[in-house]
Design a protein around this ligand. Sequence first.
Ligand code: SF4
Length: 483
Amino acid sequence: MIDDDKPHEECGVFGAWNVTDAAAITALGLHALQHRGQEATGIVTHDGVRFHSHKGLGLVGDNYSDAKTMAGLPGTRAIGHNRYATTGETVLRNVQPLFAEFEFGGFAVGHNGNLTNAHTLRKALTRRGCLFQSTMDSEVFVHLIAISLYASVVDRLIDAIKQVIGAYSLVALTENQLIGVRDPLGVRPLILGRVHGADGNAGWILASETCALDIVGADFIRDVEPGEIVLIDDTGVRSIKPFAPQSPRFCVFEYIYFARPDSVMEGTSVYNARKLIGAQLAKEAPAEADVIVPVPDSGVPAAMGFAEASGIAFELGIIRNHYVGRTFIEPTDQIRHLGVRLKHSANRAILEGKRVVLVDDSIVRGTTSQKIVEMVRAAGAAEVHMRIAGPPTAYSCFYGIDTPERSKLLAARNSIEEMAKLIGVDSLAFISIDGLYRALGKPGRDPKKPAFCDACFTGDYPIALTDHIEPRDEQLTLLAELS
Ligand code: SF4
C-alpha cells in the first residue's frame, strides 16, 4: 500500500543460491519486501545451463501466482527485485533484474539505491559508444562491467563499483556465482542468510531485510558489511573488501519508517527502535492528553512507546483501510485529498471529547497530516496534538529514497509553529536529532562523525552529489578518465 505523502523506499532485492525451486523462494522473499517497491518486479533464475527471466509491472502477487510463469523460471539459483521508480519511467525495459551477455557469460543484476554520479557516467559511457537500453542509472553498472579491461567478472565488478558514487545494494547472478555488494558507507541494507540447500549442503539467501529470511525459513547469518562484496558459490561464501574502511552511515530513516517492523537491521530490531523513539519523543515533548493515537500503520510502534513512557492510554483512534487502490498513480492534489479519506477513518467512540496526541513517523508535504487532523477534529476531538517520531524532513534524499524536491517539503519552508498552524494542530513537536540517536543507542549525534546518514534531517550529505552540485571540474575529470 502506497502513501503518496510519505517518502518511498526505492527497491527491494533478494537472491538465492542452491535452493530448491529458487524462483518460488525468491517470489516469497519479494512478497515480504513488497513495502520496498510496488511498481514492478522481476526474477532471473539459472538452471545450471541457461538463464530464465520474468518481469512484470505491479505487485509480486500479480506476477508469480500462475503455474506457467513459475514453470518458466527453473533452477536452484535466482535473484529478484521489487521496484519503486525514482529514475526512469515505469516501463518493462526499466524493470530489474537487468540481464546482459558478456564474453564471460550471462550476468543479471538487481540494484537498490541511487548513484549520485549516474548522469555523469552515463554521458561518458554514451560518448564511448555504449548503447543504453533503459533510463535506469542501474544500467551504468552493466556498461562499466562490459568495458572493463579486467578478465574475471569479480575484478570487472570491483572496477565498476570503484567508479560509481552512491548508496546502493546489489545482488548479481552469473553462471557460477551469486554476488552481493553493499556501498562503502552501508547506507542501504543487505543481509545474508542460510537455508537448507537443494543438494543437502548449505543454501544461501541475500535480501534487503531479515523479514524476507523469515518467510522462507532461512537463518540470519549477518549483515553484509559496508563496502563488502560477498561471493557465493558451491564452495560457500567468500568476502572481498575492495574499499578502504570508512565510518558507516546507515540510513536512519530505515528505523523510523522504511523497514518492516519485524526486520532486524544492523543488529537492532526495527520494532524496538520505533518504540524507543516514541518513548524518547514522549520525554522530549510531553502533552497533557487523554489518548495516544497512532497514524497507522507506520506510526503504531512509536505511539506504543510514547504511551508507555507517558502513562497515557494507547488507542486505535484511526482505522486504516488496507484494501484501497493505489492512489499514488495520479498524485495530483485532488487525488491525494481523496486518498487519505479512502485510507483512514476516524474511530469516533475513541476520539469524541478527548484530548488526542497523534503520533506519526514523518511529515513530508503535510497534505496527509492536514486531512487526518481535520478528520480527527470532525470526530469530536477536544484537542489535537501531533508528535513526530523523526526530526523535520527539511532536505531531499538523493540516496535511493523518493522524496519530493526540497521546495515541496513542508519543513524546508516553515517553522514548527507555522507547520502546526498549516496542519491545524494545537501543538506540534518532532523528536530532536540527538534524541533520535539516543533512542538508537548512541550518545547523541556526533557532528564530526555521525553514526547514520541523516541528510534528509540535517542536510549533511555523506556521499558526494556529483550529478547535482559537484563542481563542473570534477565531472570533467571523470569524463576524461573514461574517454
Ligand atoms: S537522506 Fe534520509 S532517507 Fe536518504 S539515505 Fe539518508 S537518512 Fe535515508
